[in-house]
Ligand binder design. Structure first.
Ligand SMILES: *[C@@H]1O[C@H](CO)[C@@H](O)[C@H](O)[C@H]1NC(C)=O
Ligand SMILES: *[C@@H]1O[C@H](CO)[C@@H](O)[C@H](O)[C@H]1NC(C)=O
Length: 321
């Protein structure tokens, strides 16, 4: 019996030892697993920190720094909001006209010059005029001064092409409102930049634009390229835009962007909003592509050079709409 007991005791001992070894292994395994879990977690944290830093770096290189100067929902009235910028040397290449040639440069926005009702009346005028034809691409213009209207891939002169028919399209009151509004825009530009309004002249092109998301068919439709008005049209000294529809509800995309060295600054169109600026390189700009809806605006341009002056449009004689 004793050997059996001994065996049993030995056996019990062996079993206990085995248990201890297993427990030890389990503990070691557990702690080593916990250890590696900690390592993995640390690694993940490190990796995601690296990833975030890289992403921030790449996006800072790639995407733009954009500031909204005036949003659609704001109401800038009665005084314009003015942002001064240093004048470029562009004006040195042209004859200087005291009382008009930019001495102060910058950009400004006001909602206090044209009412939303007036903007709506002008928008209806634009809708009716542009309905006569229009570009095949997404951007059409109507210039009441020269009569130019986009048609397919070209332009026609509405006064010649439609003649008598125009009396069903435009009224004398429409033209009166257009002249009136352009006069007020001229006043606010003169006030803001300290000019004599009598020494500023309307110049060409001054036109209505209608833009939607349809792809461009010709270069005339490519409105979104960055440009400088004084470089594109030598006669320009002050450019203004009167918006006839609302960013966000009438259309998306289509914001106006001043492209400065240190970032882009946008103006969100609002019906009745007038945005104006000196036309030189200090105001390099573009219009974003319209992504949805229809954007209506009027570009009203001014020169200091009387030789480049154009007169206000009037319905031709014989047309009494
Ligand atoms: C301004 O926007 C353009 C694209 O419209 C972009 O290429 C440029 O990097 C932006 N400029 C700055 C300084 O963020
Ligand atoms: C853009 O306007 C033109 C002319 O009215 C029209 O034919 C076209 O369908 C419009 N595109 C969109 C995307 O609404």
């Amino acid at each position: 019996m004793a050997p059996v007991r001994q065996r049993n005791a030995k056996g019990a001992n062996a079993a206990e030892i085995e248990k201890k070894i297993k427990r030890g292994n389990a503990l070691r395994q557990g702690s080593s697993w916990r250890g590696s879990r900690l390592l993995v977690a640390l690694l993940l944290v490190a990796l995601s920190a690296c990833g975030t830093a890289t992403w921030l770096y790449v996006t800072s290189l790639d995407s733009d720094i954009t500031e909204t100067l005036v949003s659609q929902g704001e109401l800038v009235s009665p005084q314009p909001r003015v942002y001064s910028v240093q004048c470029s040397e562009d004006y040195d290449n042209y004859k200087r006209y005291p009382g008009c040639t930019p001495q102060k440069c910058g950009r400004a926005v006001t909602d206090g010059v044209v009412t939303r009702e007036e903007a709506q009346t002008l928008r209806r005028l634009a809708e009716r005029g542009l309905a006569l034809a229009g570009s095949e691409g997404g951007a059409s213009i109507l210039d009441l001064h020269s009569g130019a209207l986009s048609m397919g891939k070209q332009f026609v002169n509405i006064y010649r092409y439609f003649g008598e028919q125009l009396k069903d399209v435009f009224t004398q009151e429409d033209f009166q409102l257009y002249r009136d509004v352009r006069g007020r825009i001229q006043e606010v530009i003169a006030q803001t930049f300290g000019l004599d309004p009598a020494l500023m002249y309307l110049t060409k092109p001054t036109f209505f634009s209608r833009i939607n998301s349809t792809a461009a068919k010709t270069q005339h439709d490519e409105y979104w390229h960055p440009h400088i008005d004084k470089v594109t049209y030598g006669s320009f000294d002050y450019t203004s835009l009167l918006y006839l529809s609302d960013y966000g509800s009438d259309f998306t995309g289509g914001r106006f962007v001043f492209m400065d060295q240190n970032g882009n600054r946008t103006v969100e169109p609002r019906a009745g909003r007038v945005s104006f600026f000196s036309s030189g390189s200090e105001n390099l700009h573009r219009v974003e592509k319209v992504t949805w809806g229809t954007r209506y605006a009027i570009t009203v341009s001014f020169t200091c050079d009387p030789e480049h002056a154009i007169s206000d449009p009037a319905l031709p004689r014989g047309i009494h709409g």
